[in-house]
Ligand binder design. Structure first.
Ligand SMILES: *Cc1c(COP(=O)(O)O)cnc(C)c1O
Length: 363
């Protein structure tokens, strides 16, 4: 049916009407006093969302751009970095780091399993010469529906003392607790089309004082993504280049909605939605791809052993106008993923589960 599409993918996620309407305005001049006020409010609310006093830089880029900025601003050619790789995104950050000439060592885990913090501990403790300059971790690995144990990995990074912790929080920020200051996370990157409840096009990078010190000596090439320019502009409630003005109207409304709901309630809602999704899928006799221990609280990956995952996805789309995500790379056809991130309610999950029940019985 036309205009009935329901997004149950882990990004882009559904956008509330309040946000859509906020964006349906003429853009105003980004150097105007009125827009400065908006930037000031956004920066304050972004700090609230990140639970930090650190600078949060807003980029006109997708989440990958935010992560690339988070890597290239604080490191130098040949720097040794540990990169956690247990899925498509972890794999990507290894590729970005290599593209910029970093000395990459990957810490891997099977796709569908969480990274083992002890693997990081061993490498960091063995590094007595403090050659490791950063540890790059994907908090919520969207490709497999796994939440990595960032808190424990970060403890080992802190014990090392030299290395920065650089976090892909794209599907964890705004869904699960990411207390940036409490944990002392140095670089935290995210994107607008996931937990933020706004369309794609904006990236965010929160940067600690320790990371800004590393910025001073970083020699990797950068221009548009040079975060120093964003920091300077933030101090003047401004932006270095033309920002995505209408998306920022949307962000303003989305952050207001998040503040009204409250962080604790947002986290509790995502946890609950994960629980009912997992229970519902199990009740249909479909195996879950990640264990209860490893499960991400934003996406549920399902590995239907008796059916082609793509056939389920296609029937969900054709018959019910519900979009689910597929598996990537070697997981294509083996898993499908249900997104329950951002502007998603209990009703949405039950709707998707009922449709899934119909689809399974008709296949
Ligand atoms: C979506 C996502 C990204 C960013 O992808 P873009 O397409 O560049 O926005 C990065 N990491 C994770 C874990 C994601 O889910």
């Amino acid at each position: 049916m036309q205009d009935k599409l329901m997004l149950m993918i882990p990004g882009p996620t559904p956008v509330p009407e309040r946000v859509l309407l906020a964006m349906a305005q003429h853009p105003i001049g980004h150097r105007s006093g009125d827009f400065s006020k908006i930037i000031a409010e956004l920066n304050e609310n972004l700090k609230w969302l990140h639970q930090t006093k650190n600078e949060v830089c807003t980029l006109c880029a997708s989440g990958t751009g935010a992560m690339e900025a988070g890597i290239i601003n604080f490191l130098s050619k040949g720097d040794r970095v540990l990169v956690g790789n247990n899925g498509k995104f972890g794999e990507r950050w290894g590729k970005v780091a290599k593209a910029f000439g970093l000395d990459v060592e990957e810490i891997t885990a099977e796709w569908g399993k969480g990274l083992n913090p002890d693997d990081f501990k061993a490498k960091l403790e063995a590094d007595t010469e403090k050659k490791i300059k950063a540890v790059i971790v994907t908090h919520s690995e969207t490709s497999t529906g796994v939440l990595n144990d960032l808190e424990t990995i970060n403890k080992y990074v802190k014990a090392h003392g030299e290395a920065l912790i650089i976090v892909d929080a794209v599907t964890s920020l705004g869904a699960v607790n990411v207390p940036v200051d409490e944990w002392g996370l140095d670089v935290v990157a995210s994107g607008s089309q996931k937990g933020f409840m706004i369309p794609p096009g904006m990236g965010f990078v929160a940067v600690s004082e320790k990371a800004w010190k590393a910025y001073e000596t970083s020699n990797l090439p950068k221009f548009y993504l040079d975060l120093g320019a964003y920091k300077k502009a933030n101090a003047k409630d401004s932006s270095p280049f033309t920002p995505p003005i209408n998306l920022m109207y949307g962000l303003k409304a989305a952050l207001e909605m998040m503040k009204e709901e409250g962080l604790e309630n947002i986290f509790a809602r995502h946890k609950y939605l994960t629980q009912i999704t997992r229970e519902g899928v199990k009740a249909l006799g479909l195996p879950l791809f990640a264990s209860d221990n490893d499960a991400a609280l934003a996406i549920t990956a399902v590995a239907p052993d008796n059916h082609d995952a793509e056939a389920i996805r296609s029937a969900m789309r054709k018959r019910f106008d519900i979009a689910l995500a597929g598996g990537q790379d070697h997981l294509k056809g083996k898993i499908f993923r249900i997104g329950h991130l951002g502007f998603v309610s209990e009703r949405d999950v039950y709707t998707a589960l009922s449709a899934l029940k119909e689809v399974i019985s008709s296949l």
